[in-house]
Design a protein around this ligand. Structure first.
Ligand SMILES: [Cu+2]
Length: 711
């Protein structure tokens, strides 16, 4: 039966379709709200849009677009370049990949402020301000967000204060907000949420604060919690037996989730990997493998029921965890099409599994490793067949270069190899450092080359035996101090996914500290600490394009088609832990672009914010018994680098925006809040060199370390 009303509705619907189909899609013409994306939409390769953090829910970060390619990428220039005006101070990192839907770009800064930007013009549509409590003291590794989720007409953001917030996609107004867990207990959210099947999934960070990790699913419509999966099994659950039965270490055992999961809709499985066991660097109170820390997990996407796991590091005591997102892809091995999953670990290994079963695809051997009774080390560790993306031993020559910075008498034990254990009261040098290997940044997969593109960080670390400091809610629970040595270098590697061997590798004089995106134009985009966004030949690894964005390019590029023309969106804001220049630069690049490169950002500078002062520079009196120490992100300024034997008082003032401490000769200040100071008195009986550092995770690696000479 056809009535006038249905004809009218049909006409309105047709008009709506016309508006949606005309390609304008900008802020003024038609709705920019996303539908409740189907599994098919979320699984398809990104073209006009980039609707989910990984490009698709396989997390491949592969664009099938080829207008920009090896032949013309050299001519890529800026279409527009704007400043967001948020997340610029030294404590922030810009690590959130932009999302795109209907010509609107969505991006979140390290302050958890969200921006909707018209892709045609760079004009701001709306802003959401998170107004985070600036006193949150349980943020491990820089104030950061790794991105957003879209679906059902909303934009989802996980916040450092432990809230998951849904914003109206067209206005930026809060639709719902839920407290996933308390930051006062050490729980923060840094991962980009995942939208799938009407649910929003988020993990929680906090492995440095003794949390109990979990992945939680919420109704996308209402924010109601649907289920949670604890990454540390409770009493009676499979895996609980890998924790001691006589203490409560499992309740504070870590295993956070730092990343956006991937989904295989055909198998109905959701995949993610987990962070370290807590305390990070001391395992003496948590005998056993400590499942499911440093593991890859598969859950039923609908119900959250456990399906399989693979542990990358048993009973981790080096902070060798797995924060980089898992990637799903299909690969032919021995003539057979296999459904694979890969994860690039902090160990420097890429772990390649059959995603149906969780079993290694190419072989991963359990090998005996050196033992330490006090740390209750695991007898064996998994070694994947194939190549690591960074070195896993310290050459004697490199050791000699930084030996003078080490505590007196430190020897190179076991070649500084990966999995070298250390005792409470002792110390060893080993590599990779606790920063990895491969840290949070995503790798990409290109089905044409069959390669995975992985950034690697190469740095030795002094692993010092920790103590079993008791757990205290909301207090750091790392078990020891993170003491990296020498400046990091980097690798950018193409791994052949069918063999896990290096296809090509570029070595960088600094760390490779960004995600990668790859395209059908045979390109791979990767960011550099010095502010350059670069494009490499995906098959051969040759550098083809390098463009100064104005701030540390520690992020991942988003490739999409804007009204039929391929463009690249990139948010450069620097990184706290990479020690790169801070900024707030959002770019859109295209072959029609006219804008040339920006001026390089100030290295390690960061834009000053309220309360941030310049480190004091005072002339060095040679016989000071009081040393003034200015602390900021991420530098120490000592009033002198030379003192005489005897009692020295360090007057440590925090001029920065987040807490810091000073550790020297086995003594340490408490964590000093911004604007506060603390004194530390140390008696030096012997002349020599004494290294100092801030022991908060990542701070020394970012530059908060040095050497004091005692004459
Ligand atoms: Cu610090």
């Amino acid at each position: 039966m056809r009535t006038l009303t249905t004809v009218f509705i049909a006409l309105v619907a047709a008009a709506a379709l016309l508006v949606a189909g005309c390609g304008g899609g900008g802020s003024s013409s038609g709705s920019t709200a996303s539908p409740a994306f189907s599994a098919a939409e979320l699984s398809s390769l990104p073209r006009a849009n980039w609707i989910t953090n990984g490009g698709s829910i396989s997390n491949q970060r592969y664009s099938p677009l080829a207008q920009i390619n090896t032949g013309n990428v050299a001519g890529l220039k800026g279409l527009w370049h704007i400043h967001l005006g948020s997340g610029i101070a030294g404590k922030y990192s810009g690590e959130a990949q932009p999302l795109v839907y209907r010509n609107v770009i969505y991006v979140v800064t390290g302050a958890d402020n969200v921006y909707a930007i018209d892709a045609n013009t760079g004009a701001r549509k709306w802003t959401y301000r998170a107004n985070l409590d600036q006193k949150i003291a349980t943020i491990c590794c820089g104030w950061t967000s790794r991105g957003l989720a879209l679906g059902g007409g909303k934009v989802y953001v996980g916040q450092l204060d432990g809230k998951l917030v849904a914003l109206d996609q067209e206005t930026g107004r809060v639709t719902w907000s839920t407290q996933v867990a308390s930051f006062k207990q050490g729980y923060t959210i840094t991962n980009a949420p995942l939208y799938y099947d009407g649910r929003v999934y988020t993990g929680l960070s906090g492995g440095e604060f003794g949390i109990r990790g979990r992945l939680t699913a919420f109704s996308a419509a209402t924010g109601k919690e649907l289920w949670r999966f604890y990454t540390i099994p409770g009493r009676g659950q499979p895996g609980h037996e890998t924790w001691p039965s006589g203490n409560d270490s499992w309740e504070h055992g870590g295993a956070p989730v730092w990343q956006t999961p991937a989904v295989d809709p055909k198998l109905g499985l959701l995949y993610f990997s987990t962070g370290n066991a807590s305390p990070d660097l001391f395992g003496g109170k948590r005998a056993g493998d400590n499942l499911f820390s440093s593991s890859i997990l598969a859950l039923d996407a609908k119900t959250g029921k456990y399906r399989w796991h693979f542990q990358e590091v048993h009973h981790d005591i080096w902070d060798y965890d797995a924060p980089s997102p898992v990637v799903l892809f299909d690969v032919t091995i021995d003539g057979q099409e296999r459904h694979a999953l890969a994860q690039a670990g902090k160990t420097g290994f890429v772990y390649i599994l059959d995603r149906e079963t969780g079993k290694p695809l190419l072989g991963i051997d359990e090998r005996a490793v050196p033992q330490n009774a006090a740390q209750k080390t695991a007898a064996t560790q998994p070694f994947p067949v194939g190549d690591a993306v960074v070195p896993q031993a310290v050459p004697a020559k490199a050791f000699r270069r930084f030996q003078s910075d080490l505590p007196r008498g430190t020897q190179l034990v076991d070649g500084g190899r990966i999995f070298t254990p250390y005792s409470p009261g002792g110390a060893v040098v080993a590599t990779p450092s606790s920063l990895g290997g491969t840290n949070w940044w995503p790798m990409s997969f290109n089905p044409n080359t069959g390669f995975l593109y992985v950034c690697g960080l190469e740095q030795a670390q002094l692993f010092e035996g920790g103590k079993s400091a008791p757990y205290k809610a909301g207090k750091e629970f790392a078990g020891s101090i993170f003491a990296p040595q020498a400046s990091p270098t980097g690798t950018f590697t193409a791994i052949d996914a069918s063999t896990n061997r290096i296809a090509w590798q570029n070595r960088f004089p600094d760390s490779c500290y960004s995600g990668s995106t790859t395209t059908a134009g045979n390109l791979t985009f990767v960011g550099r600490n010095d502010g350059h966004l670069q494009a490499y030949d995906a098959a051969k690894g040759k550098l083809l394009w390098s463009f100064q964005t104005g701030a540390g390019a520690n992020n991942t590029a988003t490739v999409f088609s804007l009204d039929g023309k391929e463009v690249v969106a990139f948010y450069a804001a620097g990184s706290a832990l990479a020690g790169s220049a801070h900024g707030d630069d959002l770019w859109l690049f295209g072959l029609d672009g006219k804008l040339g490169p920006a001026k390089a950002g100030m290295l390690g500078g960061g834009v000053k914010h309220a309360g941030e002062q310049k480190p004091t520079k005072t002339k060095a009196p040679a016989t000071a018994s009081t040393v003034k120490v200015a602390m900021t992100e991420f530098k120490f300024a000592f009033s002198t680098q030379t003192v005489h034997t005897g009692t020295v008082t360090f007057d440590a003032m925090n001029d920065g925006g987040i807490p810091h401490n000073l550790h020297i000769d086995g003594k340490q200040t408490p964590n000093v809040n911004p604007g506060s100071s603390a004194n530390l008195t140390v008696t030096f009986t012997k002349p020599g060199t004494y290294r100092y550092l801030c022991t908060l995770p990542g701070h020394a690696a970012a530059g908060m370390k040095g050497v004091l000479i005692v004459k």
